[in-house]
Design a protein around this ligand. Structure first.
Ligand SMILES: [Fe+2]
Length: 213
């Protein structure tokens, strides 16, 4: 008589048979994007202008100070399938290290920098922002905060860091991520046109936010 398979054995056999879910990609990421704390500077009140171009603000005659950066990528599940209609939010400090937030040293942020923006992933799971290359501020290495919201799922919050930035290794929040997963919060910022471009993919537990197997 064959003893009942343990859950672990059952999963191992599934994996051996390559029973990937429909739509799964052979190059599936299989590693979650590490989550991070929201931090103190998420807007208390979202700005009226909250589109995906953070470098221009309605009513301002100039572009934000700083290095304009095309930030784009995808929201994926662990099987590499794109997640459409996900709301992606980013927020960050301006080119001099100030947030649009009353807790951050008294309203010194560049009025031409939006500071917060949001977009919705398309049918291929893609998102795109025009924003700034992040800069350091006291106590922190450069980073962009990001939140991904899916219907019926809890908030997914992380931070995007600059690959190769020397300050990363002195940053407590960056270092709180296990060393073998830190590459999942890094993006390469490279010259592009008159500014820079960076790509970053968010890998979620599943399209409805619940753990998969
Ligand atoms: Fe921050």
């Amino acid at each position: 008589m064959t003893p009942a398979l343990s859950r672990r054995q059952f999963l191992a056999r599934l994996a051996a048979l390559s029973l990937l879910p429909a739509g799964a990609r052979a190059d599936a990421p299989r590693v979650l994007t590490p989550t991070q704390m929201e931090g103190p500077f998420y807007p208390l009140e979202l700005p009226l202008d909250r589109d995906n171009d953070l470098t221009r603000v309605t009513g301002q005659s100039r572009v934000a100070l700083g290095i304009v950066t095309d930030l784009s990528g995808m929201v994926l599940d662990l099987d590499g399938r794109p997640i459409k209609n996900a709301r992606v939010e980013i927020w960050q400090c301006d080119a001099r290290g100030f947030y649009h937030h009353p807790l951050d040293r008294g309203g010194q942020a560049d009025p031409a920098f939006q500071g917060f923006g949001h977009t919705i992933t398309d049918t291929a799971g893609r998102y795109r922002f025009r924003t700034l290359r992040p800069v350091p501020y006291p106590g922190r290495t450069p980073h962009i905060h990001a939140k991904v919201l899916l219907p019926g799922a809890s908030e997914f919050i992380t931070q995007i860091y600059i690959a190769g930035e020397p300050l990363n290794d002195r940053d407590g929040l960056y270092r709180s991520i296990p060393a073998d997963r830190r590459h999942r919060v890094l993006a390469q910022f490279q010259p592009s046109g008159t500014g820079q471009a960076a790509r970053f993919n968010f890998v979620m537990a599943s399209r409805d936010g619940t753990p998969r197997l």
